[in-house]
Ligand binder design. Structure first.
Ligand SMILES: [Zn+2]
Length: 465
């Protein structure tokens, strides 16, 4: 196995990066009472453990989390008593099946009861969520340390360390409101620069391209849609973006489409590393240079469940349910993500023992339902529109089984015949008799979060399956 040789060659780091990664950032984390550095070192060791050893470690940590929840978290104290659950009896991950799922609605209804009575300082988070309903939850220092350490480990797989210049293209209002003065100083030291992805006008995109060229980051980090937009714009302007020394483009928060991967890789001259995680669910999985989508198995237990809530065998697809093992202060136990994926049963060429996700098919809301009840991925509709040169941009909203609306930014040559082709193409997939309304718009605005969604379905795919 070439695995261990792939560990970062320390001499390749610049003196500044070494100073930040080895001195400044560890100090910063200590002052904030985060164990990030120790956790990262532990994670860099445990990633090479065997699957069996990792599995034993997970069960131990799971039992400890559940024991603590039963003693210190009012919500779980009551729940365990109600269902007769004893954390001491936990022998394997499958024992989680004795507990109900934690849904966003459940968190909303019991926010205060989910805080441990011995919790330290908690940070409050408020995510918009793709459904638009806000979710308020809390994160303790333990969890922050583990989530930051997991991300840090993953960037080091790609030869990027903390302190290396990075450009973050982000639209989340949470991140922006946290841009206080201390944060600004920290970002400057860490050489992190944020480009707000709320608005992608031509003038803004010109500015982004310029910043990337001046900054020459080692890493780009952002939504695949946002990075693709920048790449497309650079190509349109004829500005070369390869040769800047970018080592990797980290994509996260949205499904990464193959055409986006190709566009980003060819434009920036670097590989794309796909990541999967969120503020609420945690840093769940990340791709290594050999292509494996490795789970952060030390911290996150992943169950894949079907629409009836039953765990499916490895290799079958279903909704991702996560238990985050570093959440003693505000537990996330069997949290439903609404994302659909498959567990990979194979081994990765890198030699890491961390299990993998095979494919993240997207959010359950990325699926559309044909009139006859067949659930299919939104890609089936995306292909129809993407193949039409007369279509500049688009968004498909499935309002009901009978009605689908398409917003189109018309390109050159767009006419009545194009509208008919769209209607014919979508009907062929959704079923004859479905009304397809095509509406011409000047632009497709991103969601409030700054993300783009090509497909929005208001039909419950889980219910129809
Ligand atoms: Zn790997």
């Amino acid at each position: 196995m070439a695995g261990r040789e792939r560990l970062m060659n320390k001499d390749a780091r610049s003196p500044y990066t070494r100073f930040i990664a080895d001195v400044v950032f560890p100090l910063h984390e200590r002052l904030k009472r985060h164990d990030t550095v120790a956790v990262r070192k532990q994670l860099e060791d445990s990633q090479w453990w065997s699957r069996e050893r990792l599995a034993r470690f997970q069960v131990e940590r799971l039992r400890a989390l559940l024991r603590h929840a039963g003693q210190h978290v009012p919500y779980y104290k009551a729940l365990f008593a109600r269902v007769g659950f004893d954390p001491e009896q936990v022998q394997s991950i499958s024992d989680l099946g004795k507990l109900p799922f934690l849904t966003k609605a459940e968190i909303r209804a019991h926010t205060d009861d989910l805080k441990a009575d011995d919790a330290g300082a908690l940070a409050r988070f408020n995510t918009g969520g793709s459904s638009g309903e806000p979710l308020i939850f809390y994160i303790g220092n333990e969890r922050v340390s583990h989530d930051v350490a997991a991300k840090w480990r993953a960037t080091r797989w790609w030869g990027v360390d903390i302190g290396d210049p990075e450009i973050v293209v982000w639209g989340s209002p949470i991140e922006l409101s946290a841009q206080d003065r201390i944060r600004a100083v920290r970002d400057k030291l860490l050489r992190t620069e944020l480009l707000p992805a709320f608005e992608m006008s031509d003038a803004k995109l010109d500015g982004f391209i310029e910043r990337i060229r001046v900054r020459r980051p080692k890493m780009l980090f952002g939504y695949p849609s946002a990075l693709s937009h920048i790449a497309q714009h650079a190509n349109r302007r004829g500005v070369r973006m390869d040769g800047l020394g970018i080592k990797v483009a980290f994509c996260t928060s949205e499904r990464l489409y193959e055409h986006q991967r190709e566009l980003i890789e060819s434009t920036f001259g670097c590989p794309v590393a796909n990541g999967y995680g969120s503020r609420d669910a945690g840093f769940i999985a990340h791709q290594c240079p050999e292509g494996g989508m490795h789970l952060t198995a030390e911290d996150v237990v992943v169950e894949i469940v079907d629409s009836a809530g039953q765990v499916v065998p490895a290799g079958e697809s279903g909704e991702i349910v996560v238990t985050h093992l570093a959440t003693r202060e505000f537990p996330f136990i069997r949290y439903r993500t609404g994302d659909v994926a498959t567990l990979d049963t194979g081994a990765c060429a890198c030699g890491r023992g961390l299990p993998m996700l095979k494919e993240i098919q997207g959010r359950t809301t990325d699926f559309v339902v044909a009139r006859d009840g067949t659930v299919m991925h939104g890609l089936a509709l995306i292909y129809v529109l993407r193949d039409l040169p007369q279509v500049g941009g688009f968004r498909v909203v499935q309002e009901s089984l009978e009605l689908t609306r398409v917003q189109v930014v018309p390109g050159a040559g767009f006419d009545g015949a194009t509208v008919e082709r769209i209607q014919r193409g979508l009907c062929a997939r959704l079923g004859a008799g479905v009304s397809v309304e095509v509406e011409q718009v000047d632009e497709i605005p991103p969601e409030k979060s700054g993300k783009y969604r090509y497909i929005v379905s208001k039909v419950d795919a889980a219910g129809a399956a």
